[in-house]
Write a protein that binds this ligand. Sequence first.
Ligand SMILES: Cc1ncc(COP(=O)(O)O)c(C=O)c1O
Length: 467
Amino acid sequence: MPHRHKSNKQTMLPLEFSVNPLFTRKGEEVVTRFRIRDQGMLPETAYQIVHDEITLDGNARLNLATFVTTWMEPASERLYAESVNKNIIDKDEYPQTAAIEERCVRILANLWHSPQPLKTMGVSTTGSSEACMLGGLALKRRWQNERKKQGKPTDRPNIVFSSAVQVVWEKFANYWEVEPRYVNITPEHPSLDPDGVLAAVDENTIGVVPILGVTYTGLYEPIAAIAKALDELQARSGLNIPIHVDAASGGFIAPFLQPDLVWDFRLPRVKSINVSGHKYGLVYPGIGWVVWREPEDLPEDLIFQVSYLGGNMPTFALNFSRPGAQVLLQYYNFLRLGKDGYYEVQKASQAVAQFLSKEIAGMGHFELYTEGSDIPVLSWRLKEGYTTNWNLYDLSRQLRTFGWQVPAYPLPPDMENVTIMRVVVRNGFSMDLAYLFLMDLKQAVSYMDSLDGPIPHDTKYDNGFHH
Ligand SMILES: Cc1ncc(COP(=O)(O)O)c(C=O)c1O
């Protein structure tokens, strides 16, 4: 069993626990687990209790499952500590933080080739999930407004994406009552394909959402080809279906590593884009962005005004209060790295991903599925017929014994019979760490190969990772 399950934790753990007498005052030795204590305790004691408990967490630097930043340099940590008390919604009280947020939106609008980078609307969010919700809501409202103008019903909206979509889009469809239409991936079309899109859309489609950097594999979906297919559909039928690009990871990779790839506002059909600042934007968790192509692409009736310097400032967000520090860290990165710096950092991650891909393919046990040429993510499957003694879930567990956290999971419909393992290479996963990882991977594999029988499986506990 890879880790403790919540229900077990709650039934097995006592309601009270005792604290090391070395760092408690008299009367503080016993701590109630699920009820707030009647009396407080010294800050050092409380610190030590929390500190000790989280030592059981995995080591963030060895977490090859996450896309989210696990290392920033000391100067940015200083800035973080200085600004941790700023609430982003207090625009009047922290006008310069608000100005910097606004500047970041302009920088992203420029980076993604908006025709009106100084005017168009965009906001920071808690991450791509909130940004996707906002992008999806704008699509829905725009569609509703158009349909109402034409006197047509608005009760059956749908949205189209591939079955490899991130869970946030399932949530969007569920929470905002939009029918999700999945175009299933296949071995021939491992990501959203234009013909599949054309077969799924109709007059009730609020938008199509291709992904720049599919979470499962790191692949870029063919956005220009999808836009072209929708252009031709419009020429044939008059249906004008917009695109929102979920560039959670790729939005900070493609502009630097694949600048000639046309996926962004250079395509007039792309009306909005989201990105996670806390993924390849290289900021600690808690920041995402969504930007619209031109001011008219965000319906005005979704915009709220907050007070700012005696006047008002337009905002569009689900949260009210949120940390402002991450926005400052994003701006810090823009200043600190520039285009050259982002290129160097992302290129280094890609070099590590491609090095690992080559080495892992060379081991003979695995078949590469993706090798880091889109976003720096590699994935592989066990070679057909290689062994029945162990599988990738076993390998994932073995790697945990060295501290590495590497997920194994099935692909989405219609490819759920294929299990893959994935490594996300991020800034901070150096070539040196990659060599060490490779040594541990080889050791784990040779240990499992040396077993004289199959590893027993309890599928209930096979996969502890989620997308
Ligand atoms: C393609 C895609 N979209 C959306 C998300 C959600 O992003 P966040 O974790 O920033 O909310 C992710 C996260 O992995 C993702 O990969």
